[in-house]
Write a protein that binds this ligand. Sequence first.
Ligand code: SF4
Length: 337
Amino acid sequence: MKRIDSKQALNIWESDWTSLRSQSHEARCEHYPDGQASYVVMRIVSYTNVCVADCSYCAFYRRPNDDGAYVLSKEDIFSKIDGLLAVGGSVVAMEGGFNPKLKIEHYEDLFASVRKRYGDKIEIYGSTIVEVIFIAKSSRISLEEALIRLKEAGLRWIPGGGAEILTDAWRAKLSPKKYSVKDYIEGMRVAQKLGLGTTATMVIGFGETVADRIEHLEHIRRLQDETGGFASFLLWTYQPLNTPMGGSLTSNDDYLRSVALSRLYLDNIPVIRASFLTQYDKGPEALTAGAHDFDIPLEDQVTQLAGAKIEENVDRVLEWVKKSGITPQKRLPFSLK
Ligand code: SF4
């Protein structure tokens, strides 16, 4: 398929849905067989809810001395991972807030302990790059040193969370303390050059324009041209319940159209994933609109507290997929190049 530019992407967005869907499905089938989709069972463990980033779309965090502020013990984390392994899970994402009390040593100990206890039975998707930038600053070390130390402790993957919408205007509205687009992209570049695996993400539904979404995709595509470091791209929808920003949930049609556009625009990213975390039983629809991979999440406090509904019964989720005419194929966690 020939590469599209931002102007063509806007035109495609405005074309009729049948045509957009069939183009993106065709592009998706170049990466994975028609009628099949791959998946992993995973859990997002929020190891702390203490955060000083103050994102306007977040219903999860507590300020350091608030009631209900917590840092999970290693035993609590192990028990969550044991629960994940018991249902055939293979990926644990460990994400929290910008907790000023936790320094680099805390994370080294956490990742090393998980790696020591579970070896390769579980893959760790560790702190997002914005969290690592924060950890580095609060530990008074460089980002590079922080990433090297976390890698030596057993971390192999930096997930794409924290990107939201990669335009500086939207970052200023959503999370002014969560670093600029340049910081985000440069942070990912450093992680990729150090040999850490990374994934890319985008969150839609804040009120951004399609041009804003395309600008975001362009940042990702450009870095991918340079490094080839993103294993996948996942798009999900802003969940507005209980958040300071409020607003309403964007439609599943908007979600599907955005997945389709992402498949066409990100011609250099092999895997586009569907978000069952935010789209619930409509998740399978994205598997014929450009995506060919999905997670079955058991838990994600951040989106659940903002209104996301999670189906913890893995078989039920697989039934949704089969009913949509797709055969789910369990895969291993992505491996490093
Ligand atoms: S989204 Fe993450 S970084 Fe932002 S306030 Fe919530 S916990 Fe903090």
